[in-house]
Design a protein around this ligand. Structure first.
Ligand SMILES: [Zn+2]
Length: 606
């Protein structure tokens, strides 16, 4: 494809040695920079806010022009510059791919998967040019049955075949992950678009059921953003699923998502209910699908054009990840896949998780968003004390805003209206306009959408660390929130424990709580309590017989040094949330509840 005499940037990718996990990429630049073309591999992948330095997996690289070798000089950890040359410049390089996650690339004899950010060098100065990609199979009989799953538009390749694909520019090129191998493939229609699901890895999933259930979820999302047309903003969408023994993760793209899950999370033939494991998978798929609107098209202004070489800062991930986390489960109940009780159980788990972490008092979700690169994505033993989750707490901020809007407008307005205004203003035409939500803009936008000023709430809940008034808000929809001690036992050590080599280790000592006050810290190994050797079981039995205020004599090792301390037991904090529908909540609450969770019927059990 040629536009105005501009030659496309051309890539060819071959799984050249699956056993050695090597992709070989040939990059041809028809019109290189006469001053010496520079090329670079991204430092991070959009959707996962951490510097990953993908260039560290480039194991060899060389350049040629007009049949002669061209010298390449490395300028920094990501960037190479070729010596001056007149004609087309060709680079050949190999990338080591053995990261079995949704964020990078993986290749072995069973399958290949890559994100463009791991394998396609960016041609500096030519990012706007169209790209062509020739995807080739590995050579050898044993790979005869391999095919390709991607939403990159075909440019000669048959659907699901090896061959030529294209992208309008580099940004689009790296926004369509590619799977190759012998995946299971199924398809369904939803929101006026064809949706496919490709499952890699050994599994016995009931794909017909998956399609039926995902179709309900996808239709519900489309309806939320486009209540009139009920259309998804794409012609084709692809769920790329990697089924493994243990695993969980997802990454969103403009018309596809890469998911990794436990094969036991997928429904098997004959299973009828929505098990907890399957609900986990549906929640993950729902989350990534919601991102099709919220973050891939409605973006913070800071992400309108990603700078792939360094951190991109925004204080708004509590909207883009938090609101997405709020709607992912909410859509499951609105589409009738889970009942109201099951939804309230899920919500109670989120509330409990947030309340158990002292970090919610140390950091706001706006600060957590900004520092995602160095904190949320790089957790350590002190994270529970220092970091608030813009996912979990962000989803509760969404809940608090939603219930506030519903109750103050008598159910006439909701957070859905806010999402729709962000969609029509920024999302619908994003790829032609590239404008995003300004850092300070949200309170005004919310006011415009629902006619309420909630500046103080937003300031306190998202930019401050005030506790969210969830109990009174939930009461307006006839839901009672109570906090209890759950199964925490009669006393608390004020620490998260881990067992290593059958010894009990402090994983985190919570700020100001019993273990920390006694002088214990993360990494300490508990040897004996009150003169008796302890392992996990003995410690649990011992604590079951104590009450708050009791003192324990603790022997512990810090590194190889033994020490003794006295620990005064705390009462376990009442952080475990329980949610239940109030009996006889009244007509107004019943109406608001119906507007919030949809339907009005209880949906299937599970
Ligand atoms: Zn997300």
């Amino acid at each position: 494809m040629r536009r105005h005499g501009v030659e496309p940037v051309s890539y060819r990718i071959v799984p050249v040695d699956p056993h050695a996990h090597l992709f070989e990429i040939t990059l041809t630049i028809a019109q290189p920079d006469a001053e010496g073309q520079r090329v670079a591999l991204p430092a991070w992948i959009p959707g996962s806010y951490m510097i990953r330095e993908f260039a560290r997996h480039v194991v060899s690289i060389g350049a040629r022009s007009a049949g002669r070798a061209v010298r390449l000089r490395k300028l920094d950890k990501h960037t190479w510059q070729a010596a001056r040359c007149d004609g087309p410049l060709t680079l050949v390089y190999r990338v080591y791919a053995r990261d079995l996650s949704v964020r990078a690339a993986h290749l072995d004899a069973t399958h290949g998967f890559f994100n463009g950010t791991s394998v396609f060098l960016r041609v500096l100065g030519q990012e706007e040019r169209p790209c062509e990609v020739l995807i080739e199979p590995p050579s050898g009989e044993e790979y005869a049955g391999w095919r390709v799953a991607t939403t990159l538009p075909e440019a000669g390749a048959r659907r699901h075949g090896f061959g030529r694909y294209r992208a309008a520019d580099y940004d689009e090129l790296v926004d369509h992950p590619v799977e190759m191998g012998r995946f299971t493939l199924d398809a369904f229609e939803a929101g006026g678009a064809r949706h496919e699901i490709a499952i890699t890895g050994r599994h016995d999933a009931d794909t017909a059921r998956l399609c039926r259930d995902l179709a309900r979820i996808c239709a519900q999302h489309a309806r939320l953003f486009e209540p009139r047309t009920r259309r998804a903003p794409l012609e084709r969408y692809l769920f790329l699923v990697m089924a493994v023994g243990e695993g969980y993760g997802g990454l969103e793209h403009r018309s596809s998502t890469a998911l990794i899950c436990s094969r036991n999370d997928l429904p098997w033939r004959g299973q009828r209910e929505v098990s907890e494991a399957y609900r986990t998978f549906l929640g993950l798929a729902s989350h990534e699908y919601f991102h099709t609107w919220n973050v891939r098209r409605i973006r913070p202004a800071a992400f309108a054009r990603h700078d792939l070489q360094q951190e991109n800062y925004t204080r708004l991930l509590w909207i883009f990840e938090g609101f997405t986390s709020y709607y992912d489960d909410l859509i499951l109940v609105r589409s009738g896949l889970i009942g109201r009780d099951a939804y309230l159980d899920l919500l109670a788990k989120v509330i409990t998780g947030v309340m158990r972490g002292p970090g919610r008092r140390a950091q706001s979700v706006a600060e957590s968003s900004f520092d995602a690169w160095i904190k949320y994505y790089r957790p350590d033993e002190n994270s529970p004390n220092a970091v608030a989750s813009y996912y979990a707490k962000g989803s509760l901020v969404a809940l608090a805003l939603d219930l506030t809007i519903r109750s103050r407008t008598g159910g006439r307005r909701s957070l859905d209206d806010v999402m729709r205004l962000m969609w029509t203003r920024y999302g619908r035409d994003f790829f032609s306009r590239r404008e995003g939500l300004g850092e300070e803009e949200f309170p005004r936008l919310l006011e415009e959408a629902v006619g309420l000023r909630l500046d103080a709430q937003i300031r306190n809940w998202a930019y401050g660390t005030a506790e969210l008034p969830l109990a009174p808000l939930l009461k307006t929809v006839g839901v009672e929130l109570a906090f209890g001690r759950g199964d925490q036992g009669p006393v608390s050590l004020g620490a998260r424990l881990a067992t290593r080599d059958r010894q009990v280790e402090i994983a985190t000592a919570y700020s100001g709580q019993a273990a920390q006050r006694a002088g214990l810290s993360a990494g300490d190994t508990l040897v004996a309590v009150d003169g008796l050797r302890v392992d996990e079981r003995a410690l649990k039995a011992l604590l079951a017989r104590r009450k708050p205020g009791d003192r324990l004599r603790v022997h512990a090792f810090r590194r190889d040094e033994l020490f003794e301390c006295e620990l005064e037991l705390d009462a376990p904090p009442a952080t475990d949330a329980k949610l239940k529908l109030m009996p006889g909540p009244g007509a107004r609450a019943t109406r608001l509840l119906g507007g919030w969770l949809g339907g009005g019927r209880s949906g299937p059990a599970g």
